[in-house]
Design a protein around this ligand. Structure first.
Ligand code: ZN
Length: 126
């Protein structure tokens, strides 16, 4: 099994060297292989002097994304599990109190604890 990792790493390294000749062995391949067995690429923040942003080059992926954002109204939404919330009207647990925030203008659900599941793209407004 470990022999297969070495063979794969050699093949990946050779492919990267051909496809990205300026990045040959930067960072060294041995720094990218973790003891967990996962191949990860550590993030590094760049100084603004390290890159140049140009809008003269077109990218099909970005053009498709812009089309979805502008014409389809695609937005980023967050998915959460509400673990605990309080009713602003009766100050009880919103889950159990019977007040309805969609009906009573004075009723707000105050989120006290939640679990963030992640973000996703959607064309539906909350
Ligand atoms: Zn209530």
């Amino acid at each position: 099994m470990l022999d297969a990792v070495g063979t794969w790493a050699d093949a990946a390294g050779n492919w990267l060297a051909v496809e990205f000749p300026d990045a040959t062995d930067v960072p060294p391949m041995e720094n990218m292989i973790k003891l967990s067995g996962l191949l990860t690429i550590d993030r590094k923040f760049l100084e603004s002097s390290d890159y140049d942003i140009s809008d003269s080059e077109s990218c099909p992926s970005i053009e498709r994304a812009i089309l979805l954002l502008e014409e389809k109204g695609l937005v980023v939404a967050r998915s959460t599990i509400i673990k605990e919330s309080t009713c602003s009207k009766c100050e009880g647990s919103y889950r159990d109190c019977g007040c309805i925030k969609m009906v009573g203008a004075e009723v707000r659900q105050m989120i006290m604890d939640f679990e963030n599941l992640g973000f996703f793209w959607t064309d539906r407004r909350a």
